[in-house]
Write a protein that binds this ligand. Structure first.
Ligand code: GLA
Length: 718
């Protein structure tokens, strides 16, 4: 719901789980409330005192300064010394003073100049104008039941200028918070870190030209001592896959400003007369039921309004990918042998990974040459696709569209198509260069090559990879335009092949963000397929992102990344908490392991609806105690499934007690699994009395508990 009261100058926005309000004051939008539901815009309940050393709107006692006012969008150079959301520089001006000039409630979701956007919702646009720079600023707010999407747009009027900063939002919050970030590196993505921000600034950022493995474009600000299911928590996640910065700043009053948008270190964008630039959208949510409530608000909004509509709740293909079993060393015979071994086991998509194109025998050549390597695949892809079909599987193919090796036909024909600075040899990463996707002719070329392959063969799935970060920028514009080129190519592929299923990837989960999720219903979560490491990575990833996005595969042990051996059953259970698949050579499995593929695929199909549509409850923090425990509960409270993995066996342990969530207190449930044998309890008993896990005898042993609403019969009811 959106209400604008022009007499009072107030704006009131409300979803099911939050309300958000601000009011006009001296032409600015002053924030009043973002949090649990309120019934109006209570600005008279806010109090301010005179501040020395704060330039005044009217320089007299009792008047106000922009320097400590909670603002909807902060500016540079007019007395607000905190972080600006917008900063521009033109001939004779370096400050702005945007004043309210109107607003409109829009009937459809506005586009954002080629950037990915959410769909649906009710949108408010608030307009501002600055006379000196002759520029206009628009703030967009789209209301969804459990989240709010914000964005800003700036346009030059009669004078050109350079945009140095353009944030998606500014959120001025009362008090100090604990900040959560998802940080790490390749094979160690999105590890949760939380710390207190009560002084200065905390900055989360990527300047790598991608959202990166190192720091995800998400943050949470939680009140002190908030936990998984209690306390007030704010979450924010950017719909952008390039360099970004998120800043939490504590001011002189011990209030916190949160700003997120383009990374100003990597960004300086000239606008000519009449031109417009949009910030990315950002999804912000509020929870008064802890981090768990925040994650569920994120998941519901992302699933219902961002992930490609067609696939949100659609059953996902169970994939077998050849990468970890063959790497570059395969031919048709080897692949067909793998397919034979998988026949009838419930796997339904064979994905041929890197090495099928150009003359690629290793990672030194052929990126950019998207035609078949006939030495490995003599009859093209037809033979292997036919074989996959005979074995009951569809076929998928790997691409890395944004890259080129210098040893390629494409590079020899167009050596200037890679991102570079004139006069300097560009750096390589994994022996490859980055194509300059800011140039439409480069995107056109890659689109035509991909289109040719995809229209010549029966291909149902692609894995879109990106295996290095950007360097050697010629200016501060190319990086953002590169990102727009990537989105453009993804959009064109989707439009041309609407039935193609696309999985995102960037050296594992290096581009695991809402920008990608607008095109890719699932993303390869990490190159690290070790189930214990994955527990930590998937735990962190679940804070802002729905489990259904996380592509997880059972791989061979000892694990190629960690050297660790984890029970086959645990590898399956951990991989099932997402889009499930395999990445192994079935010839290397024991007979018992091989046979369990079928029971795993059947099990996954029985629980998949919980992954796609259920509510997630994290029952343990494995970063603290080495115990991974996630519950998925059906929204109608009819069932729940709990996965428990303890990393290390403990001698003489204290039993680990969990309190299931998301059940109907009055209903009777049958509990099965290692804690009890088919007994019945009420939801109230289960949630309030909890249950203990038995002693674990082996490192990384997985235990599963299923909780189903009883339809008949009782063995014992408590
Ligand atoms: C990246 C991906 C892997 C695999 C290789 C192929 O590292 O994350 O899954 O596709 O590239 O080169």
């Amino acid at each position: 719901m959106i209400k604008y009261d022009s007499n009072a100058g107030t704006f009131f926005l409300a979803g099911d789980t939050y309300s958000y309000s601000f009011r006009l004051y001296e032409g600015k939008c002053e924030s009043v409330h973002f949090g649990a539901a309120s019934d109006g815009v209570p600005f008279s309940l806010r109090k301010y005192t005179y501040r020395n050393f704060s330039p005044m709107i009217e320089d007299k006692r009792g008047s106000r300064s922009f320097g400590d006012m909670p603002l909807e969008y902060s500016e540079y150079g007019r007395g607000d010394y905190r972080t600006p959301a917008v900063q521009i520089e033109g001939d004779g001006f370096a400050s702005t003073d945007y004043r309210f000039s109107g607003c409109e409630i829009l009937s459809s979701h506005p586009q954002a100049g080629g950037l990915p956007v959410f769909r649906g919702g009710e949108t408010l646009r608030v307009d501002f104008y600055d006379a000196v720079s002759d520029s206009s600023l628009k703030l967009y707010y789209t209301v969804y039941p459990s989240g709010l999407v914000r964005r800003a747009e700036i346009s030059a009027g009669g004078k050109p200028f350079t945009v140095r900063r353009l944030a998606s939002f500014c959120l001025d919050l009362n008090g100090c918070y604990e900040m959560t970030a998802l940080v790490g590196g390749h094979g160690n993505e999105r590890r949760r870190r939380t710390w207190k921000v009560d002084t200065g600034k905390s900055v989360l950022e990527s300047n790598r030209g991608t959202s990166s493995h190192q720091c995800n474009p998400f943050t949470a600000l939680a009140e002190k001592d908030a936990g998984e299911e209690h306390g007030r928590v704010y979450g924010a996640s950017l719909v952008y896959s390039g360099s970004f910065r998120i800043e939490a700043e504590v001011d002189q009053l011990h209030n916190t400003r949160l700003i997120a948008g383009y990374n100003p270190d990597d960004f300086s964008y000239p606008l000519a007369k009449g031109e417009t630039l949009s910030s990315p959208e950002a999804l912000i949510v509020f929870s008064d039921s802890g981090y768990g409530g925040m994650s569920r608000a994120f998941a519901d909004t992302i699933r219902d309004y961002l992930i490609p509509e067609k696939y949100v709740y659609a059953s996902r293909p169970i994939v077998i990918n050849n990468w970890e079993s063959t790497y570059f060393n395969f031919d048709e015979e080897i692949l067909c042998g793998m397919l034979d071994k998988l026949k009838g086991l419930g796997v339904d998509m064979f994905v041929l990974d890197d090495g099928w194109f150009g003359h690629r025998d290793d990672d030194h050549s052929s990126l950019g040459d998207w035609f078949i390597y006939s030495k490995k695949l003599r009859g093209g892809l037809a033979g292997i696709i036919k074989k996959a079909r005979e074995c009951g599987m569809r076929f998928g193919l790997w691409f890395e569209p944004e890259m080129v090796n210098s040893d390629s036909r494409l590079y020899r024909e167009h050596p200037d198509w890679c991102i570079h600075t004139e006069g300097r040899t560009p750096l390589t990463g994994r022996y490859q260069l980055v194509l300059d996707f800011s140039r439409p002719e480069v995107v056109d070329n890659i689109f035509s090559q991909m289109e040719k392959i995809l229209s010549s063969y029966d291909i149902s799935y692609i894995k879109w990879d990106m295996n290095r970060h950007l360097t050697d920028m010629p200016d501060f514009v190319t990086q953002h335009k590169f990102m727009l080129g990537v989105y453009d190519l993804a959009r064109r592929i989707v439009a041309r092949f609407p039935d193609l299923f696309m999985e995102g990837c960037s050296g594992g989960g290096g581009r695991y963000d809402l920008g990608m999720m607008a095109f890719f219903p699932q993303i390869w979560c990490s190159d690290n397929t070790d189930a214990q490491a994955r527990c930590l990575i998937q735990y962190g990833s679940s804070f802002p992102y729905p489990l259904s996005v996380s592509s997880n595969h059972v791989s061979i042990c000892p694990n190629h990344y960690s050297g660790r051996t984890v029970p086959f059953a645990t590898r399956g259970e951990v991989a099932m908490l997402g889009a499930f698949g395999y990445e192994l050579n079935p010839y290397q499995l024991s007979a018992e392991e091989h046979a369990s593929i079928q029971s795993q695929t059947e099990q996954y199909r029985r629980m998949e609806h919980l992954v796609l549509k259920g509510d997630l409850y994290r029952l343990s923090n494995p970063e603290e105690n080495g115990i991974f425990c996630m519950e998925l509960a059906a929204k109608d409270k009819s069932e729940a499934r709990i996965t428990f993995v303890q990393f290390a066996m403990q001698p003489d342990p204290t039993p680990f007690r969990i309190y299931p969530r998301g059940l109907d207190a009055d209903a009777v449930y049958t509990v099965c699994g290692d804690v009890t044998d088919n007994e019945q309890f009420t939801g109230r008993t289960l949630m309030n009395a909890g249950m203990d896990f038995p002693e674990v005898w082996r490192d990384n042993e997985a235990h599963i508990i299923t909780i189903n609403k009883a339809t008949h019969g009782t063995k014992k009811r408590v």
